[in-house]
Design a protein around this ligand. Structure first.
Ligand SMILES: *[C@@H]1O[C@H](CO)[C@@H](O)[C@H](O)[C@H]1NC(C)=O
Ligand SMILES: *[C@@H]1O[C@H](CO)[C@@H](O)[C@H](O)[C@H]1NC(C)=O
Length: 198
């Protein structure tokens, strides 16, 4: 019978994967808070720039006006330890966001936090989802590199400071976990705060 053959195939696949993939049931929490400095507008300090103008139509729910369906921005935002932009730089956020609804205030975002200091220097956390202009935005942590390989979780973002209409600061709270390799799990790895202990 087709269905039992399919079930058997799935069971064999699962067994083969269990043999070849070093799966660990242990996960270590990764939590941290950083601040993303967003420089908008057209000045020389601008870090979020229009990459492509979309085909439209105009999405009337977005301000300032004349946002077209498909408009896409690219970002290279400085990330700091505290809301103040003069506080210690800890990384960058690289990514894009696109006006993805013709009528509602919805952007699809994809961004990666690269840490550039401390023991996580060079490691990244990859995030994505939709931005619907809620006061608190939630995005999925969909992966990572370096110390954050296999990361899963979510991230909450909210604007906590506005220097001006073209310079706002987003607080990013990461709630994720990473798999602990068997060798480390056996020796009971300590939990590791991301960048700052809160
Ligand atoms: C901090 O932000 C202010 C206001 O946007 C800006 O004038 C200044 O150049 C920024 N300083 C740094 C170090 O980025
Ligand atoms: C982070 O790593 C880069 C590349 O390895 C290195 O050039 C840089 O000096 C490191 N920064 C810190 C603060 O350790």
């Amino acid at each position: 019978m087709a269905s039992s053959a399919a079930t058997l195939l799935l069971m064999l696949l699962a067994a083969a994967m269990a043999l070849t993939t070093p799966v660990s049931a242990w996960r270590r929490p990764v939590q941290g808070r950083v601040y993303v400095q967003e420089y908008l507008g057209n000045g020389p300090e601008t870090t979020e720039k229009v990459l492509v103008r979309g085909p439209g139509p105009v999405n009337p729910s977005l301000h300032p006006p004349n946002n077209l369906y498909g408009d896409t921005l690219v970002m290279d935002d400085p990330v700091t330890e505290f809301p103040d932009n003069t506080s210690a730089p800890v990384g960058r956020v690289y990514g894009t966001y696109t006006v993805s609804s013709m009528s509602r205030p919805v952007h699809v975002v994809s961004f990666t936090l690269l840490l550039t200091t401390g023991r996580y220097n060079g490691s990244t956390i990859v995030m994505g989802g939709i931005d619907d202009m809620s006061a608190v935005l939630e995005h999925a942590v969909i992966g990572g590199t370096g110390a954050f390989r296999g990361a899963q979780g979510h991230v909450l973002g909210k604007v906590v400071k506005a220097y001006s209409s073209t310079h706002v600061v987003m607080e990013l709270d990461v709630y994720a976990s990473v798999p602990v390799p068997w060798s480390q799990a056996e020796e009971e790895a300590p939990t590791s705060p991301l960048i700052i202990d809160h």
